[in-house]
Design a protein around this ligand. Structure first.
Ligand SMILES: NCc1[nH]cc(CCC(=O)O)c1CC(=O)O
Length: 324
């Protein structure tokens, strides 16, 4: 494969340690194809308002982190944009193509707690920091009597809150810790049986301009079809549920050995914000039909009441929604 241009491929990245590490990883993969690369740091509105101390929670953050990189891509200031896949909105962006989904890191969430404790070892009433409605709802659903306190900032800031005693523990993506070389600070890896990760967690998304055909062709070999199938299914769950509900959602798809071929196994949960009510379901299907498997799973969840979970008030009659 010859180089698509004589210039270096400009890889756009956010400034945080996690973002530059992830982008460096992608740049290495691109160099492996014999292309030169150059990292270009882009400051996002999300980074700016975090620095200014403005609270950012939940999905409000996602678009902010992604759009500045996409703007730089579409403006021709960079040739690739690297994101955490779980930060990407489910709807497509005009003129931008998701060219590479590299092999995924461990998608699970972890606990970083004081004194090396697991969630189950934390005393009732302990304070657990998270800004994620998905983690908060599932933590409550575990019934451990833990208090959830809002926390924000980058991974480093969150771990420091535990070291300084502001909180007893924080919940983080294992992949993020691993990428910045601090995975040994996790005191427990949470089984997806207890806490399902965010759709796309642990995976990276590499975007390029849809009309940059040379680069599209050159990079196609870097795409990992199994990770692509898994995240397609998870994002189809999210997109389908988002159409009908505002509840926190977890989803995890895995490739498993079937009778004589590989199967895609998808688990998903939607919860009321306080975790009291939830709809949890799973499905299997062909990796070639990843989007369909995820979308149908989500439709079943909506038929089972997932659409009512996000709304406060007496939308759900007692017993109507299974406690999963
Ligand atoms: N919420 C922000 C975010 N986006 C991606 C990661 C970590 C890397 C990943 O999940 O792929 C994190 C930090 C976290 O959730 O702990």
């Amino acid at each position: 494969m010859s180089a698509p241009t004589s210039r270096a491929v400009r890889v756009g990245t956010r400034r945080s340690l996690l973002a530059t590490t992830q982008s460096g990883h992608v740049a290495d993969m691109v160099q492996g194809l014999g292309l030169d690369t150059e990292l270009v740091e882009i400051t996002t509105d999300g980074d700016r308002s975090q620095a200014a101390g403005t609270p950012l929670v939940g999905s409000a953050t996602t678009g902010v982190f992604v759009s500045a990189l996409r703007d730089a891509l579409l403006a021709g200031e960079v040739d690739l944009a690297v994101h955490s896949l779980k930060d990407l909105p489910t709807y497509p962006c005009e003129g931008v193509t998701l060219v590479v989904v590299p092999p995924r890191e461990d998608p699970r969430d972890v606990v970083v707690a004081r004194d090396g404790m697991t969630l189950g070892e934390l005393p009732v009433g302990s304070r657990v920091g998270t800004g994620s409605p998905r983690r908060e709802a599932q933590l409550h659903a575990l019934g451990l009597g833990l208090e959830v306190v809002p926390i924000r900032g980058n991974v480093d800031t969150r771990i420091r809150a535990v070291r300084e005693g502001t909180v007893d523990a924080v919940l983080l993506a294992r992949a993020g810790l691993a990428r910045i070389g601090r995975v040994e600070e996790a005191t427990e890896v949470l089984d997806p049986l207890q806490l399902l990760p965010a759709p796309g967690q642990g995976a990276l998304a590499v975007e390029c301009r849809s009309d940059d055909t040379d680069l599209l062709e050159a990079l196609a070999v870097l795409d990992d079809p199994r990770t692509r199938a898994a995240v397609d299914a998870e994002r189809a769950v999210l997109a389908t549920l988002e159409g009908g509900c505002s509840a926190p959602i977890g989803a995890l798809a895995e490739i498993v050995e079937g009778e004589d071929e590989e199967e895609l196994w998808v688990r998903a949960i939607a919860l009321s914000p306080d975790g009291a009510l939830s709809v949890r379901m799973s499905a299997t299907g062909s990796p070639a039909d990843a989007h369909g498997v995820g979308a149908r799973l989500a439709q079943e969840m909506l038929a089972d009441g997932a659409g009512q979970l996000g709304q406060p008030g007496p939308a759900i009659e007692s017993g109507q929604v299974p406690q999963a």
